[in-house]
Design a protein around this ligand. Structure first.
Ligand code: HEM
Length: 243
């Protein structure tokens, strides 16, 4: 924010405050929906696949244990199965299924196709992520694929079969922050609570018709504590986060 405030001069076409407000709004809009949608789908997928929910909670028990409340960033790098759950969620439900529109600024050829300057290009991320030539059982939730057959595939724009954040010069600038937040939040809530659906019924997985791939029906869950009571009461765990 300091850099943004300092580099814009009053000589710009628009007032510096207007540009800064627009950039801030862009960041908030780009960040909020995408992150909350991914966490909602991840939890929904786990509730409908309880064997995988147990498996990730076992991973948490092994690496964190039940006598500590808060996980930090240094914990999440050991949570390989949790990371594969996030990748598989982003594969099945990319929050921006059609990315954002790009316009070719000059004539070019992409993979043998001529693209004239001014053409609008829309990347169908959802389709790529469900391509049966790349993904076995593409509509099934199989986080294990990211520790076996697809273990070298990452979401950071280098592997074109998995591009939830886009790729290239205009790919999502929030990718690292988003992955950190997703890992920390999912790991913490799965560590703290047991989750059930009301009456044990399966989560309705229909998608809404919006620019972002939100759920059509809200996710409802019952939560109960997973850790011994003294852990929730421990103020030491809260102090793990400075400030
Ligand atoms: C699960 C989380 C997220 C996903 C899946 C996601 C996905 C995307 C995608 C697909 C694009 C378009 C890329 C392209 O044009 O090729 C994009 C752009 C953008 N994202 Fe994200 N995003 C996420 C989180 C965030 C966060 C946390 C921030 C900010 C803190 C953010 C800020 C932005 C901005 C500012 C752009 C526009 C970049 C530009 O036009 O140059 N996003 N994002």
């Amino acid at each position: 924010m300091g850099v943004m405030l300092s580099i814009l001069s009053e000589a710009e076409e628009h007032h510096a405050d207007t540009i800064n407000k627009m950039n801030c709004l862009g960041l908030v809009l780009g960040a909020e929906d995408t992150t909350s949608i991914t966490l909602t789908w991840a939890l929904s997928l786990l509730l409908n696949n309880r064997d995988k929910l147990s498996k990730v909670q076992q991973e948490l028990d092994v690496h964190i244990g039940k006598d500590r409340l808060l996980l930090t960033e240094s914990d999440t790098k050991n949570l390989v199965y949790l990371q594969s759950i996030i990748k598989e969620t982003l594969r099945l439900y990319p929050p921006a299924p059609l990315s954002v529109i790009h316009e070719a600024i000059e004539d070019c050829t992409v993979n043998g196709y001529h693209v004239s300057a001014g053409t609008w290009l829309i990347m169908n991320i959802h389709k790529i992520h469900h391509d049966p030539l790349i993904w076995a059982n593409p509509f099934e939730f199989q986080p294990e694929r990211f520790i076996t057959t697809h273990k070298d595939i990452d979401v950071r724009g280098q592997n074109f079969e998995l591009v939830p954040f886009g790729s290239g010069g205009r790919m999502c600038p929030g990718v690292s922050f988003a992955l950190q937040v997703l890992q920390l939040m999912l790991a913490n809530v799965l560590h703290w609570f047991e989750f059930e659906t009301p009456s044990g019924i399966a989560v309705d997985m229909r998608e809404g018709l919006e620019i972002t791939s939100s759920k059509a029906a809200p996710l409802e869950v019952h939560i109960t504590p997973r850790l011994p009571a003294f852990v929730y009461n421990s103020t030491n765990s809260i102090r793990a986060y400075p400030g």
